[in-house]
Design a protein around this ligand. Structure first.
Ligand code: PLP
Length: 339
């Protein structure tokens, strides 16, 4: 049988609705939190959609489960492979366990022991590689060819994008139309899915992605009008240190996203502290990207406006978390909102 490669069509809001039905009763409908002191300080209403409370501690469960649930019986039988040391790996492993699909995760041999253990606890097979000499994509592709596994990409995958979009869909359903939505941004799966939700449920809403300043591959790509690949970025936002968006996420972001903002690591730390102190919420650095733009007024909140913020995940090991909360080295940002 000849394999014909056809250009994949872009996901639509109908796909997000289908994903919501697939995830009903499986993924948590995460809470939306607000802070009176923040709203008073800004003269606006800020709504935080809290994905640290999602299964596996991040929104990635949504896309992973939706992608695995949409496999054919034949593909389910063969199993899947994913590459990630972080939240996508855990999400794929957990979704595979729920659906009875074998999962293989390609992970660097020096990945944090806690992340490896969490992934293994869901029954995944871990394949280690040397991040300095080997390519994880090549290893995953090789396993896919030899064992007939389906590769589930972390963001550039239609069912992953639609699954992530259910976070935005829930937010609009729960709080109504918004003037602006800010979304943490790595490769753009979460942002493009949420932008699809906004385009139908809150058509006037401006949609922004927030990237680490050191890893602004999407901002550069949108400005250039083509996908730009950057050097491996260094940031504490380890879930968003992508080098380039994918063709699907880039095309959707080009159509639906108003602009991309960036925040520094120091600004992320201030946001982590704010979440711990004010909302009693443990958020990982990557999960603070969108919130940091609001708290630090990188995004100028208009008085009287209603702004949604996706808080994307809460997986950070306790030693690092303690360091971020207490180490004075980070006390350099301009924490304008709360002192
Ligand atoms: C993966 C991840 C992101 C980035 O998501 P993309 O779909 O790659 O843009 C943001 N926050 C957290 C916590 C993540 O795990």
């Amino acid at each position: 049988m000849a394999l014909v490669e056809t250009a994949p069509s872009l996901p639509t809001y109908a796909g997000v609705e289908r994903a919501a039905r697939t995830l009903a009763g499986v993924a948590h409908r995460t809470p939306v939190l607000t802070s009176n002191s923040l709203n008073r300080a800004l003269g606006a209403q800020i709504f935080f959609k809290c994905e640290p409370m999602q299964r596996t501690g991040a929104f990635k469960f949504r896309g992973a489960y939706n992608a695995l649930a949409n496999l054919s019986p034949h593909q389910r039988q063969a199993g899947v492979v994913a590459y990630s040391s972080g939240n996508h790996a855990q999400a794929i492993a957990a979704a595979g366990q729920l659906l009875g699909i074998a999962t293989t995760i390609v992970m660097p041999h020096d990945a944090p022991a806690a992340k490896r253990a969490a992934t293994e606890s869901y029954g995944a097979t871990i394949v280690s590689y040397d991040r300095y000499t080997e390519s994880r994509e090549a290893i995953a592709d090789d396993l896919a060819r030899k064992q007939g596994l389906s590769v589930i990409a972390p963001f550039n995958h239609p069912d992953v994008i639609c699954g992530q979009g259910t976070a935005g869909k829930e937010l609009f359903e729960d709080v109504g139309p918004l003037d602006a939505l800010l979304v943490c941004l790595g490769g753009g799966g979460l942002l493009s899915g949420c932008a699809l939700a906004a385009s139908v449920l809150s058509a006037q809403c401006r949609v922004y992605g927030v990237e680490p300043e050191a890893g602004d591959d999407v901002r550069q790509s949108l400005r250039a009008g083509e996908i730009v690949k950057i050097d491996p970025p260094k940031s504490i936002a380890d879930g968003a240190v992508t080098q380039a968006p994918g063709d699907l996420t880039f095309a959707l972001m080009q159509q639906l996203v108003t602009d991309v903002l960036t925040v520094t690591d120091a600004q992320l730390v201030l946001a982590m502290r704010w979440f711990a102190q004010r909302l009693k919420l443990m958020v990982e650095p990557t999960g603070c990207l969108a919130a940091a733009a609001v708290l630090q007024q990188v995004y100028a909140v208009e008085p009287g406006s209603r702004v949604g913020v996706i808080v994307s995940g809460g997986n950070v090991d306790l030693a690092s978390y303690g360091h971020f909360l207490s180490d004075a080295r980070w006390d350099t940002g301009d924490w304008v909102v709360t002192q």
